[in-house]
Design a protein around this ligand. Structure first.
Ligand code: ZN
Length: 191
């Protein structure tokens, strides 16, 4: 069977057997957290378990690398919606070791696009339209720097409510150990 068929057939059973009951909650996070983190598949179950988070505890905002690159981009908008509309009072940016975005080379990604049949002209058209693929596809050199930069963008955002703690952490994708990069409460106290 194909993946989608497997998913749909499992899903029918899941709903019929009311397996969802153990996860029932509402859309407001119980621990009032918004978490910006990476889409890495090793973190799917490990991260919530390692932080003692259950369904309903946190808004998870995921992307490649868990990076906030633009103050008015999609990730930052999700953070603000979590804070203003969904009751999050605290923000965690959690990068991880061995991230696929570490050392990601835009030229390599573009090379793979060409291999998969995207015509060179398409890339040129985009460049002419002002889309800088090199910048857009760039990863980061150090996860520590990346977490600090993302935390900086959120903390300095003109629309973030003052006194919102924004913490930066790095998780080990094997053991789940957290390393603190920057403590949002300390930052607010020294501001
Ligand atoms: Zn990652």
């Amino acid at each position: 069977m194909h993946t989608l068929e497997n998913i749909l057939s499992f899903n029918r059973q899941f709903v019929e057997e009311k397996q969802y009951e153990q996860y029932l909650t509402d859309r407001f996070p119980d621990k009032k957290l918004a978490i910006v983190t990476c889409m890495d598949t090793r973190l799917t179950e490990l991260l919530p378990k390692a932080l003692n988070l259950r369904n309903g505890d946190a808004k998870m905002i995921k992307s490649a690398g868990g990076i906030v690159t633009q103050p008015f981009g999609n990730i930052m908008r999700s953070v603000l919606v979590a804070v203003y509309e969904l009751g999050a009072h605290e923000v965690l940016v959690i990068g991880h070791y061995e991230c696929g975005m570490t050392g990601l080379n835009a030229d390599t990604v573009v090379g793979h696009m060409l291999e998969k049949g995207i015509p060179q002209e398409t890339l040129e058209t985009l460049e002419h339209a002002g889309i800088n693929l090199n910048r857009w596809l760039r990863g980061f050199d150090s996860v520590q720097d990346s977490v600090e930069r993302s935390v900086g963008i959120i903390r300095n955002h003109p629309l973030l409510p003052p006194n919102t703690p924004v913490h930066g952490l790095i998780i080990d994708p094997t053991t789940g150990r957290l390393d603190l990069v920057t403590d949002g409460n300390e930052y607010l106290a020294n501001k």
